[in-house]
Design a protein around this ligand. Structure first.
Ligand SMILES: Cc1ncc(COP(=O)(O)O)c(C=O)c1O
Length: 355
């Protein structure tokens, strides 16, 4: 068995893989594969409805919000957010906490004025800026809840009367969020939701229709809300497997329960990073991510050998992003704590041989 610490696409539960593979051969006893069934078939409409209902239930989405499945990844949301929400000549506030935030900023600049209210780029994004001011006249404030590449996570969101837009691609469903604190949330599916190909967007309905911009249909949230995520052919397989994965999450006790496991997994690994003389964490302790644990070695010359050592123990996906270096262990929902124990044991055994 491989211990998949990859950043995304990433590990999903084994039972989801089994159910998905069965449905590739015969979906719901229809005699058809999930790969060939029409998205207009009642059996698939039921899948879409259940996936959306599960998102609403698991995240306690209040009345007045729509949940849709789109395509184009979180990256398309970088521009769709601004196109739909930011009128020309108006300002949006952005928090710059890493590569993904930078990309969101660059795309928004194509449609309006962007005010970067705070940034941690001075220290290669190893902390979350705090105590910044979000100007009251901002149309919205955009932030990235988990910085997948640098391993920082927002544990406390700023209190503001400005509508908050959040890229939750890499920590949605990992812990409880109060959805009512946000006006728009988006996430590429390929971490805690399901396979790549789908993007989930949760929108407070009342913020739409104010940009004064005529939008192409495919880039207009309203069109997708009215089309119930079926304005055009949705990514059928990705939505189906997301639904299976959300059912699995519900069967585990939902977000509150998985959050406890996620805290436990992160604690085990950070404790070893702090205890073991060979390793050190790269981020401010109070901003450490529970999903993306980034660390380096005190002696960088040992990093190649350690990576090989972990691979020999079937741990994969640990090489850090090229912008951050070192190592990154992604501890998404489906990664069992036993995999974290295997990694910790490898760190200890490697230290015994190399201290
Ligand atoms: C926080 C965050 N935002 C955006 C993206 C880009 O997502 P996509 O590849 O779905 O466009 C990623 C990808 O890893 C991410 O981690």
């Amino acid at each position: 068995m491989k211990h998949n610490f990859g950043a995304g696409p990433c590990i999903l539960p084994q039972e989801v893989f089994k159910q998905a593979s069965q449905a590739v051969l015969n979906f719901n006893d229809t005699g058809l594969s999930i790969l060939e069934i029409s998205h207009r078939a009642p059996e698939f409409i039921a899948v879409m409805d259940e996936a959306i209902a599960l998102i609403k239930e698991l995240l306690n989405v209040p009345v007045g919000y729509s949940v849709i499945f789109l395509q184009g990844g979180a990256s398309l949301q970088f521009c769709m957010v601004a196109m739909n929400l930011l009128p020309e000549g108006k300002k949006a506030a952005y928090l710059e906490t890493g590569v993904w935030a930078k990309k969101a900023i660059a795309e928004a600049k194509l449609f309006g004025e962007v005010n970067v209210v705070a940034s941690s780029k001075d220290t290669n994004f190893n902390y979350i800026p705090k105590n910044y001011t979000i100007p009251e006249d901002s149309v919205y404030f955009h932030c990235t809840s988990n910085n997948t590449i640098y391993g920082t996570e927002i544990h406390e969101f700023p209190k503001t009367s400005v509508p908050v837009v959040c890229d939750m691609s890499s920590d949605i469903f990992s812990k409880e969020f109060n959805i009512a604190d946000f006006d728009l949330i988006y996430a590429g599916a390929q971490k805690n939701i399901g396979p790549a190909g789908a993007t989930v967007v949760i929108i407070k309905d009342e913020i739409l229709g104010k940009s004064g911009r005529v939008l192409p249909s495919m880039l207009d949230y309203k069109v997708h809300i009215e089309g119930e995520s079926m304005f055009n052919t949705p990514p059928v397989f990705s939505v189906f497997v997301s639904m299976l994965n959300l059912r699995w999450l519900k069967s585990k006790g939902g977000v509150a329960e998985i959050a406890k496991e996620n805290v436990a997994k992160a604690n085990v690994l950070y404790n070893e990073i702090d205890r073991n003389p060979l390793f050190k964490g790269t981020t401010a302790v109070e901003d450490r991510s529970r999903m993306s644990v980034c660390f380096v070695m005190e002696n960088p010359d040992l990093e190649k050998a350690f990576l090989k050592f972990t691979e020999d123990r079937d741990c994969i996906g640990l090489k850090g992003h090229r912008n951050a270096g070192g190592f990154r262990a992604s501890l998404y929902n489906a990664l069992p704590i036993t995999s974290v124990y295997v990694l910790v044991e490898a760190m200890q055994d490697f230290a015994e041989k190399n201290v």
